[in-house]
Design a protein around this ligand. Structure first.
Ligand SMILES: [Cu+2]
Length: 432
């Protein structure tokens, strides 16, 4: 049942786009205006103090706003969306403004914001501003702090971002269904004053787990476990756009988890980082310690920072092994080490071309044909061979100097693991 749709190239195409779109490429220059916006008001008049490095949302976007009498006006639309997890798997999700997760809401500490929320779902909803200090009546909890936003209605939320930080938004009505189907988003409030002395690469990734039975397109919101599709910004590798940085850049990655049930230990290869912030605020420098894996429990934000030092293509992925894999069923028998030649022969009479999978491991699962609307359990094409990981997996591409397309890392001679020669073995006395 499980096979390969090796959607190679997707990662590389994404890298090209990100390399182009990277903000703050001229150190020392005033940072670009707030998000690219079709609204002329926003583009023409950035508010004072908005000299921040805009956050880059791999596979996502930032919500445009208009400035009216010193208030930033945003408009969120809750609605059903068609969404592609990776080439081959399209789902019927719920989200905001045409996508899942919803667009990044980006502002500056002290900003007064008015956020209109239109409900285009068939059931009521609300929006809760997770972690944001707001007046109680703006907290978005259906029934407790406000009435329901019924289908077709538009509500107005208004408050001031009194504190810089990384927060999230999500519905607080029929949470189990609405969040599971993809309704969530990140909020970044930049400090009005900042003391960054090096170029910043600032990324936002929302973590999510889905149960999507093979061949189905509607995620199952009743699922409590056995999630089989794992995503960064609602994309599974190889459709996850890589993160890019130059040696010497400060890389900040804002990880938000509004998945329904799971906690994700996110592991970065190649370089250690520190957790600098949660949705509760900044962690004092004296309280930080080096890490290479950060657990992001559901309902939390963890912001990690590192200075890029090591050129290469470094994976960043959930370390739960089933979370760095694409759509799989878990009901199959364990046949590792079983001699199935006889079974294949007999099965072949009933289901021509069929074959028992997984005798030597699960690696052979990637070479078989795929059912409709499903993606390979394994990931995509790599420069050496197929990359067997998928799901909650992306690549941090660090280069001494970034061109238009980072492509695959080109390794200095003699720095790639390869088959040992007879001379090596003899020299070091390794007997086979
Ligand atoms: Cu995970």
């Amino acid at each position: 049942m499980l096979g390969s749709t090796l959607a190679a190239g997707a990662a590389v195409v994404g890298a090209r786009r990100l390399a182009r779109a990277q903000p703050g490429d001229m150190p020392g220059m005033p940072m670009p205006k707030p998000p690219t916006s079709p609204h002329p008001a926003a583009a023409a008049a950035p508010p004072a103090g908005a000299h921040y490095t805009p956050v880059v949302v791999p596979n996502g976007r930032t919500l445009p706003f208009e400035l009216k009498d010193g208030v930033k006006i945003f408009h969120l639309v809750a609605e059903p969306v068609k969404h592609e997890i990776a080439p081959g798997l399209e789902i019927m999700a719920w989200g905001y403004n045409g996508g899942t997760p919803g667009p990044l809401l980006e502002a500056v500490e002290g900003d007064r914001v008015r956020i209109y929320v239109t409900n285009k779902l068939d059931e009521p909803t609300t929006v809760h501003w997770h972690g944001v200090p707001v007046p109680n009546g703006m907290d978005g909890v259906a029934g407790l702090t406000q009435s329901y936003i019924k289908p077709g209605k538009t509500f107005r939320y208004e408050f001031t971002f009194t504190r810089a930080g990384t927060f999230m938004y999500h519905p607080h009505l029929d949470e189990m269904t609405q969040i599971a189907l993809g309704m969530s988003g990140m909020i970044v409030v930049h400090p009005r004053e900042h003391a960054e002395t090096r170029r910043v690469r600032d990324y936002s990734l929302m973590l999510h787990e889905w149960k999507i039975p093979i061949g189905a397109s509607r995620p199952d919101p009743l699922a409590m476990n056995d999630f089989n599709v794992l995503t960064f910004n609602s994309k599974s590798f190889p459709a996850t756009e890589p993160l890019v940085a130059e040696v010497g850049d400060l890389v900040r990655i804002r990880l938000g988890n509004l998945g329904p049930m799971d906690h994700h230990p996110i592991h970065l290869h190649g370089m250690a980082f520190e957790v600098t912030e949660t949705d509760g605020g900044a962690i004092p420098k004296s309280a930080r310690w080096p890490e290479t894996t950060v657990l992001v429990p559901t309902g939390t934000v963890r912001v990690i920072e590192l200075v890029a030092t090591a050129p290469g293509d470094w994976p960043m992925h959930c370390h739960m092994t089933h979370h760095a894999m694409n759509q799989m069923g878990h009901e199959a028998a364990n046949v590792i080490g079983v001699d199935s030649r006889g079974i294949n022969e007999k099965l072949g009479h009933v289901v021509p071309g069929s074959m028992v999978m997984g005798e030597t491991g699960m690696g052979d699962a990637m070479i078989m044909a795929m059912p409709k609307n499903a993606i390979s359990m394994m990931g995509g094409k790599g420069p050496f061979a197929d990359i067997d990981m998928g799901g909650m997996f992306t690549i941090l591409k660090v280069r001494p100097k970034l061109g238009a397309d980072p492509g695959w890392y080109s390794h200095p001679k003699g720095t790639v693991a390869d088959e040992a020669s007879a001379a090596d073995l003899a020299r070091d006395g390794v007997k086979l």
